[in-house]
Design a protein around this ligand. Structure first.
Ligand SMILES: [Zn+2]
Length: 615
């Protein structure tokens, strides 16, 4: 099911509908855990059993275990020593860690190393190799009894506490994913990186003081109260992570869409925000379900963190998303909560259900999610603008374009590991904005139905199957043809860019009275090629539209008309959103002709200097 070995035409069509969706994920790494929250000490005492199957074809003498909270234990960890300006998250060292006190493989004994560190990096303890006394054969299952204490950090990137609010994420010893060829996909926790894990079944009992309301991955099975504490047991199969929020001040609203129970947990005074988020999620479950395959879970929990805990917002976990957060898009001002909710919900597909390697290829996670978010926002608020400034109305695609073009395009390829981006700004702009702008360009050039069918087929075909970039490219090729596949490959892997310009324009009277001739020189610079329209405008108001494939880098277009040729615009409907510069797309005999129209989107936003959006 993972990497198809050959390209078989026609097979993919099966995945244009939900009929062939797999019912369940292969259960590879399952966790039965008990977590006791101490909200005064901000610790979680954990214990339980991990059941792991060697799903690769190679016997294994080792396991790899992520201890993500150790990223916050000192200033010298990979996470904290890497400058991450331009991206979300401020972290305080010394306030987060995880101590594993038991790691016993049944019939093998305690296998936890005595002083575990990330290989070759004594300052980091987020990526731990555990040697086994004997091989685990392919398809063999082992059980590991674990116990640990998680010290939650002051709320930082995604996780931690703020007063009595606790966002408990990346909180237990987490097995890395073993690829089918027997290689472990493991990595130290890097500030630009998210996660990667195998699917399994989670059964987690969460023990909190009586007044605490809990929102967690999965559906609640039972609730027992004793001695001022309450234990709630949550179960969820077919997921690759588990997170929960606990707070003694949550308000709650619920809703039902089809088979899914939605629950929004939020701070007092945020009722309107909660309604907006529930409405957005209801819309999104239907919209994304139709586009990318049915949402297979019974619950969706939305957590709106309280003021002071905004950094916990704008994050995705299986069946649980977090919203809000003024840091997210302060300049947008319109539909902000819709955007965050829709974005995080889209992650249930592009992250949750496909299970891509977020460290190796963050664009498959955040980039495709940003595209899905744009597409859904345009569907939910047709022809709406999200900002209105200086008389120009700006749509969300234009905002993302502004963060995606120009010099950014030359800051390296999109398709690479999170740790390979030089700055947080490069990461956010290339992974989020440029990927979304690239797929939006594909929609406008090749047709939105084709792109939607391709991404829908990809999402269904690789549900629970951990696809990589080649699987995406193959589906694009199947649905949209080899030209589109080649352009996408170039754009993802090779710093592909494009800039169309009208470089010359002249016009003179013909010998026949009342007839004019002329010529326009149009260029395509860069390595990407998209077909474009070129409008030739006559002094009498006439417009002649000419199509150009973009081949050969330049074309001379001759003009015949009944009035003088006074202007030309390449790509007048602005389909090529990736076009590096818009100010050279038009040329006129009189400079006032196109100024405001062509410049409205591009110039305004390049002058604005976008703050970074990176949920
Ligand atoms: Zn995201």
């Amino acid at each position: 099911l993972n990497a198809p070995s050959s390209r078989t035409e026609g097979i993919g069509e099966l995945y244009d509908s939900d009929a062939s969706l797999p019912k369940h994920a292969p259960a590879v790494a399952s966790y039965t855990l008990r977590a006791r929250l101490d909200p005064q000490r901000h610790t979680v005492e954990g214990e339980g059993t991990i059941t792991w199957r060697n799903a690769s074809s190679v016997p294994q003498r080792e396991l790899w275990v992520h201890l993500y909270l150790n990223a916050f234990e000192n200033e010298r960890t990979v996470f904290l020593r890497t400058p991450h300006t331009g991206f979300r998250g401020r972290s305080r060292a010394g306030s987060g860690s995880i101590d594993v006190t038991r790691f016993e493989v049944r019939q093998m004994g305690n296998v936890w190393p005595t002083s575990p560190t990330t290989p070759g990096d004594p300052n980091d303890r987020t990526d731990i190799r555990v040697a086994l006394p004997r091989e685990v054969e392919p398809d063999e299952t082992i059980q590991i009894d674990v116990a640990w204490t998680a010290h939650l950090p002051v709320i930082t990137l995604r996780t931690g506490y703020s007063d009595s609010f606790h966002m408990v994420a990346q909180w237990f010893p987490k097995l890395a994913r073993l690829e089918p060829d027997g290689r472990w996909a493991h990595f130290p926790f890097h500030p630009f990186s998210e996660f990667y894990a195998d699917y399994g079944a989670y059964d987690v009992a969460i023990d909190v003081p009586e007044p605490f309301v809990v929102g967690a991955t999965g559906a609640i099975e039972e609730e027992t109260r004793a001695e001022g504490r309450v234990v709630r047991r949550y179960r969820q199969a077919d997921v690759h992570d588990f997170a929960f929020a606990a707070w003694d001040h949550f308000e709650e609203k619920t809703a039902v869409v089809g088979d899914v129970t939605l629950r929004c947990l939020y701070p007092r005074g945020f009722d309107a925000a909660a309604e907006t988020e529930l409405d957005a999620a209801k819309f999104g479950l239907g919209h994304f379900g139709a586009r990318y395959g049915r949402y297979p879970y019974e619950t969706l929990t939305i957590v709106h963190p309280p003021p002071g805990a905004e950094e916990a917002g704008g994050m995705e976990y299986p069946t649980l998303i977090t919203t809000g957060g003024a840091w997210y898009a302060p300049f947008i001002g319109v539909h902000e909560l819709d955007i965050v909710t829709i974005h995080e919900l889209a992650h249930q597909w592009f992250y949750g259900l496909v299970g891509t390697n977020e460290h190796a290829y963050p664009f498959l996670d955040e980039g495709i999610t940003s595209y899905a978010e744009l597409e859904a926002m345009e569907a939910r608020f047709p022809n709406s603008s999200i900002a209105s400034t200086l008389g120009a109305r700006i749509g969300l695609p234009a905002v993302y374009r502004a963060g995606a073009v120009g010099a950014v395009a030359h800051h390296g390829p999109i398709a690479r590991a999170a740790s390979e981006f030089a700055t947080g700004g490069d990461y956010a702009k290339l992974v989020y904005f440029r990927t979304a702008t690239l797929l939006t360009t594909f929609e406008r050039v090749y047709g939105s139905e084709l792109v939607q069918r391709a991404i829908g087929r990809y999402a269904r075909q690789y549900r629970y199957a951990h696809p990589g970039p080649e699987e995406l490219l193959q589906v694009i090729g199947e649905v949209m043809g080899s030209e589109a596949e080649d352009e996408l490959r170039q754009a993802l892997f090779a710093e592909g860019w494009v800039d169309y310009s009208v470089d010359d324009l002249r016009s003179e009277p013909r010998s026949t009275r009342g007839r004019w001739g002329g010529e326009v020189l149009v260029r395509r610079m860069g390595t990407l090629r998209f077909p474009v329209d070129i409008d030739l405008q006559g002094a009498d108001g006439s417009v002649q539209r000419v199509r150009w494939t973009g081949e050969d880098g330049a074309t001379r277009i001759s003009y015949q008309g009944t009035s003088r040729l006074i202007g030309a615009v390449v790509d007048p409907e602005h389909r090529v959103m990736l076009d590096d510069r818009l100010d050279n797309n038009a040329r006129a005999v009189s400079s006032s002709l196109y100024g405001p129209r062509v410049l409205e989107v591009g110039a305004f936003f390049s002058a604005l200097g976008l703050s970074v959006l990176a949920p």
